[in-house]
Design a protein around this ligand. Sequence first.
Ligand code: 57M
Length: 358
Amino acid sequence: MFYNFLVPFTSEWTVLNVFRYISFRSLAALITALVLSILLGPRFITWLRQVKCGQYIHEDVAAHAAKAGTPTMGGLLMFFTLSVSILFWADLTNKYIWESFFVFTGFGVIGFWDDMTKLRRHQNKGISGKAKMAGQLAVACIIMMLLYADPQYSSKLTIPFFKEVTIDLGYFYLPFGVFVMVAASNAVNLTDGLDGLAIGPSIVACLVFSIFIYITGNVRFANYLLVPYMPGVGEVTVFCAALLGAGLGFLWYNAYPAQVFMGDVGSLSIGGTLGYLALLCKQELVLSVVGGLFVAETLSVILQVSYFRWTGGKRIFRMAPLHHHFELKGIPESKIIIRFWITSILLGLMALSVLKLR
Ligand code: 57M
């Protein structure tokens, strides 16, 4: 909004030129979302308690019993602070800003519906798996059609660490992109089982993609680092920064011992958005590196369930997803969380090295 209102006056007031800079507006977006989240957090958590948004807790992991009644749907706070921040700082005529916002909101609505269903039923059973998947597919298909119809967007898959190798998937890029967003959304959701466990690695991934996105939208950096240049995409750095601020602000209250959980409204939207950001900057496969923890958590579930069915009841892990395995081995929750964060920072650095190691 500031960009759209103030930039026309730059010829009279040169100081307003600062609003042209993506870097300045990104920093402002991050601070706005972060400060708003920290300030509004306590009232928001009290409100969630008042409207009885308490989390139902499984009995299988004894250590979680003390978490009963912790308010959930903290993702709504992220949605609010992100929206306000974008409204203030982004160029509202940029189509990629609206696409990003659509993905975040679209997946968020499905998560909200799931959370509300759980609360209404007073148990951990939300909407059916089929309904959830149908909603996720619908949002992802709309976005993929928009991206595919974009003349500057290519269906070529970038291969990390190889300068000149790309694979043109043609029409197959559409289902591929849908898969990336839906898988990322569910993977973040599966990981969201300990305090700060999902939001920490999500913040790292968002930071990595904000760097990729900035470079993709800057002709000089893109040419120098040999990444595909796409005019207009750089503006999404402001969106990423707002998401970073909202995520950090949420972590303030979700840090162990958590005062609030994000709920599906948070996890599905963050995951889907990370998938979209990876597709937008043509670093589709880098997502599996920076999001390696999400991949490991998902694989642990796939392996556990397949092995359980195949052997008629035997398990590979004490319990899936992976974080429950470590919990049941007796490792304290805070230690598991911090070790997962350290791993995700290392994975983030590895993902960034793609820029130079080719
Ligand atoms: C949701 N969410 C938590 C909170 C959060 C197929 C199967 C593996 C699915 C999986 C599953 O349902 N995963 C998705 C995981 C829940 O958190 C809520 O859900 C939101 C995210 N969707 O924001 O609102 C619980 O997680 C804990 N939590 C925290 N801190 C946080 O910041 O401590 C969450 C956020 C909360 C709280 O206790 O109540 C969840 O786990 O329900 N299912 C499972 O993960 C279950 N695993 C399982 O059944 N494994 C079997 C299968 C694979 C054969 C096995 O290995 O034998 C476990 N879930 C739990 N207890 N809670 C079973 C044990």
